[in-house]
Design a protein around this ligand. Structure first.
Ligand code: ADP
Ligand code: ZN
Ligand code: MG
Length: 488
C-alpha cells in the first residue's frame, strides 16, 4: 500500500447514484386553475385573481390545454398515461404560497414508467422515468436591500398558479455527464413538442439533483442529499460533481452523509446545507376536494399522440441515414426544431446535404452568433442558402465565390443569383473566354512552358495558378487544368 492514496484512487472506489426531479413550465397562455395570463414580466401582482391568490371560497377549474401538453410530454418520454389521476393538496407554509398548499398529484400521478435514452461517450443508456405529475407553481419572493435596517422581501404572485409538470427520474444516473445528457435530451423533447420554451433564465425548466455515493459493487444505495434548484445545465453538472466529492470526503473522514436539501453556490463551487430532511417532510397530502379526478379517455390520448411531431432522437437517426450526416453533425443540426427544419430545407433545395450541413454549422452559424440571432430569425432563409449551394454544385460559381456572395446575401437579403450577376461573379465556364486567358498565360511564361515540355510536370501547377489569377478566381481550376494540358 502506498503511504498516500491519490484522490483518483479514492474516488474510483465509489460510484455515484443520481436521480433528477425536473420542473417544466407548460406553455399555456393561462394558468392551470384560472384564466389569468401566464405572461412573463408583467407588473407585480397584476396577473392575479381570487383563485390564484388563494382567497377563501374561490374554486379551481382545470385548464384543458395544460392537460393536453402534459399528456404529450408524458407520451414523448415513453410514459403510460393513467386513465385516472388525482389532484392532491400538498400542505406547507411559505409566504409565496397564499393557499397554504400546493395542488399537485401524489399517489395517482398523470403518467408513469417512461424512459429517456442518452448517449455518453458513444455508450447508449436508458434512464428510467418514474412518473410525471401536474401541479401549480408558487409565487415569487423578491429579496431587496442590503443593510438590516433597509431589507425588504416582496411577494409577487403573478407566477402563482402557473402550470408545471414534474418529471421524476429513477436513480439510474451514474455520473454528472449522464445527468447533463439526460437534461439535454429532456429539454430538446419538450421544445420539439412546444410543450415548454424551457427558458432556464425565466425558470421555465428547473432541476433538483438527488445525489448519493456507494462503494463500487455495493447493492444498497447510500443516503442521498438533494441539491435544489440549480439554474443551468452547466451548474447542475458542477453541483453534482461537487456533491459527489463532498460525500466521498465525509465518508472517507469516518462520517455519515445525512439526508438533507442543499444549495449549490457556483461562485464558491460548493453545496451548503439548507434544511435537514432527517424527518421526511410531512405534507399531509389529501385528495383535492375542489377538483374531480382527472379522467383521460383512450380516444383523447390517441388524438394527442397523433399530433406528436418527429422527436429529436428519430430525427437525428433519419438525418444520419437519409443525408449521410456524421453522428456529431446530426446532433448539432437537431439541437432545436427550427435548426433541424432549416437544415433539412437547405439540404433538399441544394440537393447536397453535406454542403448544407457545412454551411449551416459554419458560415450561417457564425453570422447568427455575431448578430445574436436565433436561426428562426436568420437573415438568410433556407431557400436562399439552398440556391447558393446549388449554384456551386452546378458549377456556375466556385466555392470561393460563394464565400464572397454569402455575406452579401446577409447584408442585402437578395438571392444569390441576383448578387452573382450584379457583381459579375459568374464563373467562366465558357471555354472561349478560357482559351484566351490560357493562351495569354502560355505566351507570357515561355520559360515555364519550356520546362513543362522538357518533362517537368509540376510546373503545370504554376501555369494553372497564373490562369486562375487572370480569371480573378472565376474559373474552375479543374477545367483550366485540363485545357492547359491540351493547349500545351
Ligand atoms: P423523496 O421521498 O425524498 O422525495 P423519492 O424516492 O421520491 O425521494 O425520490 C426522489 C428522487 O431521488 C428521484 O429522482 C429518485 O430517483 C432519487 N433517489 C432516490 N433515492 C436515491 C438515492 N439513494 N440516491 C440518489 N438518488 C435517489
Ligand atoms: Zn388567477
Ligand atoms: Mg419525492
Amino acid at each position: 500500500m502506498p503511504a498516500v492514496i491519490s484522490d483518483h484512487q479514492i474516488s474510483s472506489k465509489y460510484e455515484a447514484v443520481i436521480g433528477l426531479e425536473v420542473h417544466v413550465q407548460l406553455a399555456t397562455h393561462t394558468k392551470i386553475f384560472c384564466g389569468c395570463p401566464t405572461s412573463f414580466g408583467a407588473a407585480p401582482n397584476s396577473n392575479v385573481c381570487p383563485v390564484c391568490l388563494g382567497l377563501p371560497g374561490a374554486l379551481p377549474v382545470l385548464n384543458k390545454h395544460a392537460v393536453e401538453l402534459a399528456i404529450a410530454a408524458s407520451l414523448a418520454i415513453g410514459c403510460k398515461i393513467n386513465p385516472k389521476s388525482v389532484f392532491a393538496r400538498k400542505n406547507y407554509f411559505y409566504p409565496d404560497l397564499p393557499k397554504g398548499y400546493q395542488i399537485s398529484q401524489y399517489d395517482q400521478p398523470l403518467a408513469e414508467h417512461g424512459h429517456i435514452d442518452v448517449a455518453v461517450d458513444a455508450v447508449q443508456k436508458r434512464i428510467g422515468v418514474t412518473r410525471v405529475h401536474m401541479e401549480d407553481d408558487a409565487g415569487k419572493s423578491i429579496h431587496d436591500g442590503f443593510k438590516d435596517s433597509d431589507r425588504y422581501t416582496y411577494v409577487d404572485l403573478n407566477r402563482s398558479g402557473t402550470p408545471l409538470i414534474e418529471i421524476v427520474s429513477e436513480p439510474d444516473i451514474r455520473s454528472s455527464d449522464e445527468a447533463h445528457a439526460y437534461l439535454t435530451e429532456l429539454k430538446q423533447v419538450m421544445q420539439y413538442l412546444n410543450v415548454s420554451t424551457c427558458d432556464m433564465e425565466k425558470g421555465h425548466l428547473r432541476c433538483d439533483a438527488n445525489v448519493s455515493v456507494r462503494l463500487r459493487g455495493a447493492k444498497e444505495f447510500g443516503t442521498k442529499a438533494e441539491v435544489k434548484n440549480v439554474n443551468s445545465f452547466r451548474f447542475v453538472k458542477m453541483a453534482i460533481d461537487c456533491e459527489i466529492a463532498r460525500q466521498i470526503a465525509v465518508i472517507e473522514g469516518g462520517g455519515k452523509v445525512i439526508q438533507e436539501s442543499r444549495l449549490y453556490n457556483p461562485d464558491a463551487d460548493e453545496t451548503v446545507s439548507m434544511r435537514s430532511k432527517e424527518h421526511a417532510h410531512d405534507y399531509r397530502y389529501f385528495p383535492e376536494p375542489d377538483l374531480l379526478p382527472l379522467m383521460i379517455s383512450d380516444s383523447w390520448m390517441k388524438s394527442i399522440e397523433e399530433t406528436t411531431p418527429e422527436l429529436p432522437a428519430s430525427r437525428r437517426q433519419r438525418f444520419i441515414e437519409n443525408y449521410g450526416l456524421r453522428e456529431y453533425d446530426a446532433q448539432v443540426l437537431t439541437a432545436t426544431r427550427p435548426m433541424s427544419e432549416y437544415f433539412e430545407k437547405t439540404a433538399v433545395i441544394s440537393n447536397d446535404a453535406r454542403a448544407a450541413a457545412n454551411w449551416v454549422m459554419g458560415d450561417l452559424s457564425a453570422v447568427l452568433k455575431s448578430e445574436n440571432k436565433e436561426i428562426e430569425d436568420s437573415p438568410v432563409p433556407p431557400q436562399r442558402l439552398g440556391q447558393l449551394i446549388a449554384l456551386i454544385t452546378s458549377g456556375k460559381i466556385n466555392g470561393r465565390m460563394a464565400k464572397d456572395i454569402f455575406p452579401k446575401m446577409v447584408e442585402t437579403g437578395d438571392d444569390p443569383e441576383t448578387i452573382m450577376r450584379r457583381e459579375g461573379l459568374e464563373s467562366i465556364s465558357d471555354e472561349g473566354a478560357l482559351v484566351k486567358i490560357i493562351d495569354e498565360v502560355i505566351a507570357a511564361n515561355p520559360k515555364q512552358v519550356e520546362q513543362y515540355k522538357g518533362g517537368k510536370q509540376q510546373v503545370i501547377g504554376f501555369l494553372v495558378g497564373q490562369a486562375m489569377k487572370a480569371s480573378r478566381g472565376q474559373a474552375d481550376p479543374a477545367v483550366v487544368n485540363r485545357m492547359m494540358k491540351e493547349r500545351l
